[in-house]
Design a binder for this molecule. Structure first.
Ligand code: PEP
Ligand code: MG
Length: 361
């Protein structure tokens, strides 16, 4: 199995690690996923999607935070969520060890949290829920937008995360923490969210006496964010390209209907050679990544850049990320070995690329 590779494969992958420049991280939300990925050679976590901590048993809590009229009920639910996340983060960070870990603050389309119509409770709550229902939740109150309207969400998450780091650091482990803000398109959104995170770090420092080291960064997953890369880089120490949403928003193809409808017909007809969700298109999302990287580096030459959309596990897309000089790709655990090989393959082609570009210029 992949988790227990034959010795020949391990030797090959170790060789690949010696050749490649591009880092390989994993998209993982739990300690178990991190352990699997580390065994497969992941160097850290490039994306922890914290919205998964709000689902299942915890749905009633987040519903109360969003829908309760009584402020005390909202506060109580929020504290319970913070407590639960503190436990989750402690387990995650212990598994990560001294490696880098990018924790993305809440990014769920609101319809994942709202009760089905008619099941919200009393008439007033039902009305508040109805007011939040959207025709296009993927283009609505997601990510940083929800956090700016529910101002206690990100501080609660960030405090749980920093407190967990303090706990884990007491055991001698120091994860390299990166806190990431999703679905940003305005520098003002990032500045406001960054202030929440700073406030949470200060609150934890006041409570524990420990100043948690962390980097703050943003997803680049709207075309406007890519275009505003220079302005965003003023507030961000790293960017992670969310190429799933960036593809959806660049082409206008729905990522949830990708196997069906328009895109499938286009692929059948041969209008597109590959699904833009599967392969970074150098003239589409790839060009936006290149543009954003260039603009961001003008402001912050050492900005750290990665890709955490599904493309991070596709060999041709990985080669493009390498050519663009990104620092790492992040992909699902089972694709980590392929990503290590693809990054090495791309590095071996570098001299060829250089001589090609010299011939052209
Ligand atoms: C993305 O949009 O590429 C991304 C990684 O975020 P998510 O898939 O969680 O929207
Ligand atoms: Mg996204």
């Amino acid at each position: 199995t992949l988790a227990d590779p034959p010795p020949e494969l391990s030797t090959l992958l170790e060789w690949a690690d010696g050749v490649r420049r591009l880092g390989v991280r994993v998209n993982a939300d739990t300690a178990a996923e991190v352990n699997t990925a580390v065994a497969l050679g992941a160097e850290g976590v490039g994306l922890c999607r914290t919205e998964h901590q709000f689902l299942g048993d915890r749905l009633p809590l987040i519903r109360r935070v969003i829908l309760a009229a009584d402020p005390d009920a909202r506060t109580e639910a929020l504290l319970a969520l913070e407590h639960a996340q503190h436990e989750d983060f402690r387990a995650l960070l212990s598994a990560v060890g001294d490696r880098p870990v990018t924790v993305r603050l809440l990014d769920a389309p609101l319809h994942e949290f709202l009760p089905p119509p008619g099941e919200a409770g009393d008439a007033a709550t039902e009305q508040r829920a109805d007011a939040l229902r959207e025709a296009n939740p993927m283009l609505g109150l997601r990510g940083v937008r929800l956090a700016l309207l529910h101002e206690r969400l990100y501080p609660a998450q960030a405090e749980a995360l920093f407190a967990a780091w303090v706990d884990v650091a007491a055991t001698g482990v120091r994860p390299e923490l990166e806190v990431m803000i999703p679905l940003v398109s305005l520098p003002e959104e990032l500045a406001a969210a960054a202030a929440y995170v700073r406030g949470a770090a200060e609150a934890v420092a006041a409570r524990t006496g420990v100043t948690v080291p962390y980097r703050l960064g943003t997803m680049i997953e709207t075309p406007r964010a890519a275009l505003m890369a220079a302005e965003l880089a003023e507030h961000a120490e790293f960017f992670s390209f969310g190429t799933n949403d960036l593809t959806q928003l660049t082409y206008g193809f729905s990522r949830d209907d990708v196997e069906r409808q328009v895109l499938a017909s286009y692929l059948d007809r041969g209008f597109l050679t590959a699904s833009p969700f599967a392969r970074l298109d150098p003239h589409g999302v790839g060009a936006l990544v290149a543009l954003a990287a260039e603009r961001a580096r003008l402001v912050r030459p050492d900005i750290k850049l990665g890709v955490c959309g599904e493309h991070g596990g596709d060999p041709e897309s990985i080669a493009l990320c390498d050519e663009l000089g990104l620092d790492y790709v992040s992909c699902s655990a089972h694709r980590v070995p392929v990503a290590r090989m693809a990054a090495a393959h791309s590095a071996l082609r570098e001299p060829e690329r250089r001589s090609e570009s010299e011939t052209v210029s």
